[in-house]
Design a protein around this ligand. Sequence first.
Ligand code: NAP
Ligand code: HSE
Length: 422
Amino acid sequence: MVNIGLLGLGTVGSGVFDIVKDRNESLKKSTGKNINISKILVRDASKNRNLDIDNSILTENVDDILNDDSIDIIVEVIGGIDLAYEYIKTALSKGKSVVTANKAVISLHLEELNRLAKENNCGLLYEASVAGGIPIIKGLNEALRINKIDNIEGILNGTTNFILTKMYDDNLSFEEALDLAHEYGYAEADPTDDIEGYDAARKISILASLAFDAKASIDDVECHGISSIKASDIKRFKEIGLAPKLLGCAIKKNNEFSLTVEPILVDDTSLFSAVKDAFNAVNLDCDIVGDLQFYGQGAGKLPTGNAVVSDIIDIINEDYKKFDYCPNPDIVVGENSLFEGLYYFRASLDENDDKKIIKAFEDKSIDIKYEVQDQELVILTEMISSELIANLITEDLKLPAKSYSYLRIESEVLNSLVDISF
Ligand code: NAP
Ligand code: HSE
């Protein structure tokens, strides 16, 4: 028998609970052991939960779990950063293996926690921290046994993909789509992390750390989200055959890497454009096998619960010992961004001066096409670096938040300014 201490019984925790209960026989077949969730930490044990559960295993005191010598594996799904980090550290120090879905903690503390796990001869697995139900960490580690991977691109946030899909396909407003994402349990407790790109930034930094043997963090990610994309932008994108997707991108050249999370316009016939709702997709550009693509549900109770339970199996079977993470201190974030593209830019003229904006682009010798449509200035740029346009908008022009949007164009069809007309 393997006893599990479950920290958290919300969206993911209840998924783990249901899967362990419903699939006990197949889990026994996979591990040769009975898996038993023996204690569960919650904030409020008196809360009415729609679960077939014996309430006596609920506790509001984490020490009941961390100090219980009969518990072998801790599953951390409470979320947040500081408490979760402390609980994971305590568990590992006591020789208990840990499975977590917490990208915030893993993106900040992967190296330290991985070292602590090794020192205490136990495992730390975090498959659910990136792309929900998709086995991307396993897939990446497997590919890395043979391949070098210098380029990763992916839709890594279910909430924003859901919002963009509903805006593009069903003409919902941003707010209506966000409310629905909350209702389905996709969004973080504070949805700012989703819509401003920080959640995807944590995920791409985890993937880059593993793929590049680097110590990448959210601070290395040039990040902007989708909250300022408006119905008028969506209408123009449809007219030119492009669809907006929030992509996490990681690229490495020699010993330097760059990371971005930004809304990108892709061909409406492309692979990423076919990824709808809360689904995620990740492309690994491998030097031997070629492109590897992973697709599946990026959030929600059962897909994420599946990733957590799969890690529990790997801990019990000691499969985690097959892969290691040892960052190379010589591989660092580059000073200049390695990303470039044509850019779509829109500014509302109720709050901005079109002449000042056009002049700022021209002063930087950026070749542009522009037009004023319905009190909005729309600009298309030539191929420029992502850093140049970000600095121009946020540092030189200092435009009011939410009064503009800008998106990189990644198209097989539209490769230069002359290809695009308003
Ligand atoms: P959630 O629905 O808000 O559930 C959190 C659970 O943790 C609740 O049961 C809550 O107790 C408990 N909890 C929170 N703070 C606590 C504290 N200080 N002490 C004791 N119990 C506490 O969160 P979630 O959506 O399941 O997400 C959990 C983690 O998984 C997060 O790190 C998230 O980023 C990650 N994740 C989520 C998804 C997803 O689709 N939701 C997907 C991948 C990864 P009560 O029930 O008593 O309130
Ligand atoms: N809020 C996250 C998302 C949950 O929408 O992708 C999965 O990590």
